[in-house]
Design a protein. Sequence first.
Length: 276
Amino acid sequence: MIGTLFIVATPIGNLDDITFRAVEVLKSVDIVLAEDTRHSKKLLLHLDISKPIRAFHEHNEREKTKAIIGELHSGKSIALISDAGTPLISDPGYFLVAQAKKEGLRVAPIPGASALITALSASGLASDSFTFLGFLPSKKTARVKLLKSLVDRAETSIFYESPNRILETLTEMHAIFGDSHQVCLAKELTKVFETIQTDSIPNLIKYLKIDQSHQKGEFVILVSAVDKIDRTEAETQLDSLLPILCAEMGASKAAKLAAKITGIDKKQCYKRAIDL
């Protein structure tokens, strides 16, 4: 009999969020694959489960996959878990699952917690359509390029960011988005110090700066969709306003004032002003 590869979601903070089905699967499998075995052993100990646990992470996934596929073919059942949340979502496992599917093996999802869905549900931002972008690039040039591509998105954008870059990223976002988007910062989800703040970018920057502890923790960032109707009205207003302002003052001052009135990013207003 061929074994099954179970993709098991684990809690993102509160251990009581593990599902009954996840516990039963973890009790029944032959092997548990974990991103960080030390971290996952604590979860299994909490659940009173004793199973062989192996390290499976981004640095050894391709190396280990062939042997794991062989064990599945031999009839062993295997659970893949991540440190927190649903495996494969900004976590290892894609290559293994893709190979298992190619081999005709059964891959069974055991659903549960996911930081991005948890944050979205309590953000107050539109949830009918959204794009998840994983972790933002660590290099500034690539990060800014990606952020600029989100300015006119018609759906909520969601991504992860580290505490080391959160203030820098929000500052870059303010330069790119101006005050035209609502943003939600969510961290420590399901934990004692859970924080879900939805506000303008300047107010969120103030929140981060007011207390160093506000910058600690892994962040989920959600950016509101652009309101196409409001955006069109603002663009029309800008077209009428800029020529008048530029006739009375320099392009820089005109752009700054136009940005305040219309809500359009100051850099975009300035570019339009110098093109007149």
